[in-house]
Design a protein around this ligand. Structure first.
Ligand code: PEP
Ligand code: MN
Length: 333
């Protein structure tokens, strides 16, 4: 069950709900969103119904939810939410065009990629300082130095930065430098990390696990939300399939399905889905046509020399083609 507070609810109204629920033996999790506060109730539904919470001051609605995810469910929030990252809104009417290098390799490479992103009209800069690599022998990222380089790229371009965190122990440091924390596909069910990210006070970009069902994905988001953070953007990045020609299969159905199941914005990552440059723009167009709230793509000044995911990195001219496709679709929305 979820209690939706009115936009004008006072802190003491929220507190009164929490106290009432806890006195009755239930648990209450408060999530303060940009527009309003919602309170997820865990415990005996019949008992909560008997409390008649709807009559308490500041309550806009009390919603019974049968899905296992509550705070991220569409049931209590009819419209897709807007998540704001350092002043940049992502959500309905605010398409998020995100671009940047897969990995922060050097200062020059990152600043060049960031400028390419900026020139193409991106609103956010992506780039990994901590890389979750399949092989322990592969480039693992620059770590803290990479975070400093990203901050410099933000300074140079004005673009807020989204970057991945792979270990709960690194969350405070990454949150200090980044504007949005990314949880990658390999960590999409690392519940300790999700909780740490949820408590970090930064918006979160949550990728879909390689083999996660929609419900598992939303339950992962629920871990973040339960720590009081509803500023979550979901990212479809392709799932494992039987087809070896592509790295992963971009699940276009995920966009309208997640919109139906959850109020969280959904973006697509055609770069990590395809693993090859020539498919990135067509897949991005498909995601946009399906209603995605944004796209996130890899770009590199010299893809042939990239230390990570070079074959999928766009050249500047590809990025311009994508920008044109984005502009064409978003103009009509
Ligand atoms: C990334 O975006 O850099 C990344 C590693 O993506 P994913 O977790 O989707 O593989
Ligand atoms: Mn990558």
């Amino acid at each position: 069950m979820v209690v939706v507070m009115s936009a004008h609810a006072r802190p003491e109204d929220v507190e009164a709900i929490v106290v009432t629920v806890e006195r009755a033996g239930g648990s209450a999790f408060v999530s303060r969103g940009v527009e309003r506060t919602i309170i997820g109730l865990i415990g005996d539904i019949e008992l909560f119904l008997g409390l008649n919470l709807a009559r308490l001051p500041g309550v806009a609605d009390v919603v019974r939810i049968s899905a296992p995810y509550k705070l991220v469910s569409r049931a209590h929030h009819d419209a897709t939410s807007t998540v704001t990252v350092r002043g940049v809104p992502i959500g309905p009417g605010h398409f998020a065009f995100i671009a940047g290098p897969c990995a922060v390799e050097t200062r020059e490479q990152t600043l060049a990629a960031a400028q390419m992103a900026k020139d193409a009209g991106a609103v956010l800069l992506r780039g990994g300082a901590y890389k979750p690599r399949t092989s322990p022998y592969a480039f693992q990222g620059l770590g803290p130095i990479g975070l400093e380089i990203l901050a410099e790229a933000r300074e140079a371009t004005g673009l807020p930065v989204v970057t991945e965190v792979v270990d709960a122990a690194d969350v405070p440091l990454v949150a200090q430098w980044a504007d949005m924390l990314q949880v990658g596909t390999r960590n999409a069910q690392n519940f300790g990390l999700l909780q740490a990210v949820g408590a970090a006070g930064r918006p979160v970009l949550l990728k879909r696990g390689l083999t996660a069902t929609y419900e598992e994905w939303l339950m992962a988001a629920e871990y973040v939300a339960q720590r009081g953070n509803l500023d979550i953007v979901l990212c479809e990045r392709g799932v494992r399939s039987f087809e070896p020609a592509i790295r992963n299969m971009l699940d276009i159905s995920a966009v309208p399905m997640i919109h139906a199941m959850s109020h969280l914005p959904v973006i697509v990552d055609p770069s990590h889905a395809a693993g090859r440059r020539d498919l990135v723009v067509p897949l991005a167009r498909a995601g946009i046509a399906a209603g995605a709230d944004g796209v996130i793509v890899d770009v590199h000044p010299h893809p042939e020399a990239a230390l990570c995911d070079g074959p999928q990195a766009l050249f500047g001219e590809d990025l311009a083609a994508l920008a044109a496709a984005v502009a064409a679709v978003t103009a009509g929305r």
